[in-house]
Design a protein around this ligand. Sequence first.
Ligand code: PMP
Length: 389
Amino acid sequence: MKGRKLLMIPGPVEFTPEVLRAMGMPTTSHVAPAFVEVFGQVLERMRRVFLCPSGQPFVLSGSGTLAMDSAAANLVEPGDRVLVVNTGYFSDRFAAILERYGARVTQVAAPQVGDAPSLESIEAALAAAGYKLVTVTQVDTSTAVGFTEIAALAAMARRAGALLLVDGVCSVAGEELCMEDWGVDLALTASQKALCVPPGLALLVAGPRAVEAFARRRSPVGSYYADWSHWLPVMQAYEARKPSYFGTPPVNLIWALNVSLGQILEEGMEPRVARHRSLASAFRAAMCALGLAQVPVREDLAAATLTAPYYPEGVGASLLSHINAAGVIVAGGLYPQIKDRYFRVGHMGAVTPSDILTTVGAIEHGLARTDYRFEIGSGLAAAQRVLAV
Ligand code: PMP
């Protein structure tokens, strides 16, 4: 027995051996020439992964929530109006963070759990008041709902004179996101998801309009640590291959990020997105064949980075321990109203077709230990029909 389980939760994910080796290297000084070079490369590569040639990348020590906090702290001034396009738990969180910095938040809700607000409802909300910012979660990790109309939303926000901020924590480097072409003003993520680096990095790319909005602030930023006035010179210095300091950067995580960004760019953004889509559709086909409904109410809303299947009738969270006993770790539900009725499986980053098959096999193994009746092997066959073509 290998004694090691396959981690298939929606972050942290499984990491490549090269990334893990970078984590284990003897830590050097954060101003050593070799590290300065690596940090500089990271910033250049982030622009290519976020597809934002004129953006300003930020690499901060922290989790995805800090990336959200940094965006809100630096772009909101007390009294600013913000429209939150809400697709679940992490949109609620963004609204709470924005309010903490004094924003007057209006939310456009989805008609039901598992759905996304329509462009018409967003347009109507935008017409009703003047907003400084619009935020959207590209993939809400609580519901596996992917908001697919980001380009149209960006155009709409621009027409209304607002900046569009995308929470890409569960999407960057897994779903299509062409920041600059689509007119997205800021996108943020964290290391532990499709970027495939252990937890600990909050990452943002701010487009020119977001940087200008920051420069035009009249009030000081309400967070000392997150204030871009401290971080902008540091990022600019490292990119110019000069050492700099505000807070000690997480040296090993930044090495690991450089390795992973290199692997992502070597795969290519389009093939990477296509791989995520095809693995996701294989996994969803397996869930359908096993008779498991999913939280997203329509196929076109289903994310490529994770799937959220409902437990079948009469089966509950004990299924997760049966799946675990078969060697695969998956996650429970998160969205408060339906938390106990579904589970979540992450399939992003370095995930392979055999990881998908192993996971489907473990789910069948788990289901076979409940009273649920299904045809053993039907999920695996459905996944193979997608994967083998
Ligand atoms: N936004 C989304 C869409 C997420 O999935 C998560 C984490 N699951 C976060 C924000 C918060 O990130 P973190 O847990 O790294 O703080």
